[in-house]
Design a protein around this ligand. Structure first.
Ligand SMILES: *[C@@H]1O[C@H](CO)[C@@H](O)[C@H](O)[C@H]1NC(C)=O
Ligand SMILES: *[C@@H]1O[C@H](CO)[C@@H](O)[C@H](O)[C@H]1NC(C)=O
Ligand SMILES: *[C@@H]1O[C@H](CO)[C@@H](O)[C@H](O)[C@H]1NC(C)=O
Ligand SMILES: *[C@@H]1O[C@H](CO)[C@@H](O)[C@H](O)[C@H]1NC(C)=O
Ligand SMILES: *[C@@H]1O[C@H](CO)[C@@H](O)[C@H](O)[C@H]1NC(C)=O
Ligand SMILES: *[C@@H]1O[C@H](CO)[C@@H](O)[C@H](O)[C@H]1NC(C)=O
Ligand SMILES: *[C@@H]1O[C@H](CO)[C@@H](O)[C@H](O)[C@H]1NC(C)=O
Ligand SMILES: *[C@@H]1O[C@H](CO)[C@@H](O)[C@H](O)[C@H]1NC(C)=O
Ligand SMILES: *[C@@H]1O[C@H](CO)[C@@H](O)[C@H](O)[C@H]1NC(C)=O
Ligand SMILES: *[C@@H]1O[C@H](CO)[C@@H](O)[C@H](O)[C@H]1NC(C)=O
Ligand SMILES: *[C@@H]1O[C@H](CO)[C@@H](O)[C@H](O)[C@H]1NC(C)=O
Ligand SMILES: *[C@@H]1O[C@H](CO)[C@@H](O)[C@H](O)[C@H]1NC(C)=O
Length: 525
């Protein structure tokens, strides 16, 4: 039997939408005094998103100065013998699931990474060194035990789908699968590595059924590889490069700020929606009125009510917004003097929490850079506190691992995703006991306002490729309406009454189920 590989799930927002021919279909404008609003056919709210064909009448509103959303990078530290810094990814960092050699199925993000020649390297999660508070201690064999528990859980929850059985938590699934970490610190560390580190929420509150679906459809459909992107242009090159194919006046490095349809640095405050159109009001007083809109705001933004909707969101939509969870995943980067590196740079990870070296071959070799990841409550604490305090805390852990003779870092940096007003977290998670229909309501449109982004993906929620597919689905739906190919333009399925059960035949495209979750294990390497 092939063992389950543990992988880091890093996630973010990317949206690429297909667009087709613009047509004579001109819907009635909304009955609002919007005479001074800029008019367009399709409005895209949140600019990871984009089209590739001949739809020319669109406007993109983006909060930040650049496209890519949670695919964002910054400069950090200093390269040896140079005044140049390194470039590090604050958000999405891996291509997750690559290509299935047997079936030929391939992750669309992998195709884009290749198209733009992004520097990336396979993250070898077998290459692991484990520690306790007293220093090195080899307990990596416990990973086999949690994997055994997972294997039982993944089969059990497969039956939930085929037999309409109620979902339970990953904690239940693990326990029933024979994995019970109890209060044992080493077992808890291994469990954290397996679950929390990927999903950014605890097993107690996470869905076993949909967590396994999320895993199967990515790592069994394509492959169990995670490739770390370390490209000085940034991971968002794939978003910007695709955008440059349909925007005008772009520079060679895909800066398309010269296209008047791209409204960067623009904060949306109010959205009015109806069956006739959508109007977005912005903080700077500008407004855009559109026949259709795709909104890719994060679940965190929706939960924090930073945008006012008119009319107010209906109960079925609010219920889904407050039911699903927004997780936070924080990478804390530290640079040490490269000639005083004290860890084994060939070994990618330690445990409790997980440290990953960027100073190994195939990464930023010679950089002296290490990063440690925290999620959820630890993220909230770290992100809200002074980085000097965080540095002291991380150094205390490193000293317990490597002794007191290690140098101080020359630079420390981390994002504060949970506090960013344009995202309020990193990526979404599916709580225990919530049905397919409940999540479909997060996807479903309100009149001509359509929703997309990683959080709306039934199967790939949390992943970059989930955002990609959802953007494409929303765009195709809208284009069909514009094209007049779908005269009544029915929109997405929605469920105003949730019964908590899902007959097996509902796991289909109508409900955003794009591929079977019974994928079989990936081929052996
Ligand atoms: C671009 O559009 C074509 C059809 O118009 C579609 O087949 C293709 O998948 C689209 N590419 C992307 C990256 O969206
Ligand atoms: C609409 O707004 C314009 C410009 O602010 C104003 O002159 C006009 O009276 C308004 N019309 C209505 C019906 O409120
Ligand atoms: C894109 O170009 C504009 C105009 O030169 C500049 O102001 C902006 O900072 C550039 N954006 C990025 C992300 O470099
Ligand atoms: C940096 O310069 C020092 C002294 O000139 C040299 O010994 C070292 O090899 C250089 N390091 C790199 C990475 O080039
Ligand atoms: C991953 O690391 C393990 C343990 O160090 C090693 O045996 C294996 O060859 C590595 N795999 C790859 C693809 O580098
Ligand atoms: C990609 O990696 C190569 C080394 O393998 C390096 O020379 C090049 O500068 C990197 N390119 C980018 C854009 O990061
Ligand atoms: C591209 O730049 C030209 C020259 O500044 C301008 O006239 C044109 O409107 C721009 N195109 C778009 C789509 O903004
Ligand atoms: C926009 O939303 C704010 C609340 O955030 C509200 O006070 C204001 O009236 C709204 N503006 C319009 C034009 O609806
Ligand atoms: C963080 O703490 C350091 C040292 O205590 C202090 O110098 C700095 O001003 C603090 N920064 C903030 C933003 O409070
Ligand atoms: C839109 O209409 C054009 C022309 O009839 C057709 O080629 C294209 O495939 C249609 N696109 C969609 C998304 O239906
Ligand atoms: C999906 O299943 C529902 C419920 O059985 C059905 O109404 C719908 O037509 C199906 N959709 C597709 C695309 O087969
Ligand atoms: C996940 O994949 C495994 C292996 O193919 C399968 O046994 C299990 O039933 C699947 N689970 C779900 C929820 O699809």
């Amino acid at each position: 039997m092939l063992s389950l590989r543990i992988t880091a799930v890093l996630k973010a927002l990317l949206l690429l939408t297909t667009a087709a021919t613009s047509t004579p279909f001109h819907p009635k404008r909304q009955d609002t005094n919007s005479t001074q609003c800029r008019k367009t056919q399709v409005l895209v709210l949140g600019g990871g998103t984009l089209a590739n064909a001949s739809l020319t009448d669109f406007v993109i509103i983006e909060y930040n100065n650049d496209l890519g959303g949670r695919v964002a990078h910054t400069t950090f530290g200093k390269q040896p013998n140079s005044s140049e810094p390194y470039v590090i990814e604050l958000g999405a960092n891996w291509v997750q699931g690559i290509e299935n050699a047997e079936t030929g199925a391939v992750n669309p993000i992998w195709l884009l990474a290749q198209k733009y020649g992004l520097n990336n390297t396979y993250s070898n999660y077998s290459s692991i060194e484990t520690f306790t508070q007293d220093g090195p201690a080899d307990y990596a064999d416990l990973i086999d035990d949690v994997e055994d528990g997972w294997t039982v859980m993944e089969q059990n929850v497969g039956e939930f789908i085929t037999q309409n059985i109620q979902d339970y938590s990953v904690r239940s699934g693990f326990s029933l699968g024979g994995w019970k970490p109890g209060k044992d610190a080493e077992r808890q560390a291994v469990e954290w590595w397996t679950w929390d580190w990927e999903y950014a929420w605890q097993p107690e509150v996470s869905s076993a059924q949909f967590g396994v679906v999320n895993y199967n459809t990515t790592f069994y459909q394509w492959s169990d590889e995670n490739n770390f992107v370390w490209d000085s242009r940034g991971f968002n090159t794939i978003v910007k490069g695709e955008a440059a194919e349909f925007l005008e006046n772009c520079t060679a490095d895909y800066n398309c700020s010269g296209d008047s349809r791209l409204m960067l640095n623009t904060i949306v405050t109010n959205i009015s929606w109806s069956d006739e159109g959508v109007i977005a009001l912005n903080e700077d007083g500008s407004c855009v009125e559109a026949d259709f809109a795709i909104m890719t705001f994060s679940l965190g933004v929706l939960q924090n009510e930073v945008v006012t909707f008119d009319p107010e969101l209906p109960d079925w939509k609010l219920r889904s917004i407050y039911t699903f969870q927004m997780g936070t995943y924080t990478k804390i980067f530290l640079q040490f003097p490269p000639d005083e590196v004290f860890w084994d740079t060939d070994t990618q990870e330690g445990i409790l929490p997980v440290f990953q070296s960027l100073d190994g071959p195939g990464f930023l070799e010679g950089s002296g850079i290490l990063f440690v990841t925290v999620v959820q409550d630890q993220s909230y604490t770290v992100e809200a506190q002074n980085s000097t305090v965080t540095q002291e805390e991380v150094m205390a852990v490193l000293r317990s691992m490597y002794g007191d003779d290690i140098p101080e870092p020359t630079d420390v940096l981390y994002p504060s995703w949970s506090l960013e007003p344009w995202t309020f977290g990193s990526y979404s998670n599916w709580p225990a006991g919530t049905s397919l229909e409940g999540h479909q309501n997060l996807r479903s449109n309100l009149g001509r306002l359509y929703f997309a982004g990683e959080a709306t993906s039934q199967e790939y929620y949390g992943f970059l490729h989930g955002a990609w597919y959802e953007g494409q689905a929303a765009a195709e739906t809208i284009i069909a309406c514009l094209n007049g190919t779908s005269t009544d333009c029915p929109g997405y399925a929605r469920y105003e009454v949730l019964t908590g059960t899902t007959p097996p035949d509902m796991y289909n495209e109508t409900n955003g189920w794009m591929v079977t979750s019974f994928q079989g294990y990936p081929p052996d390497e």
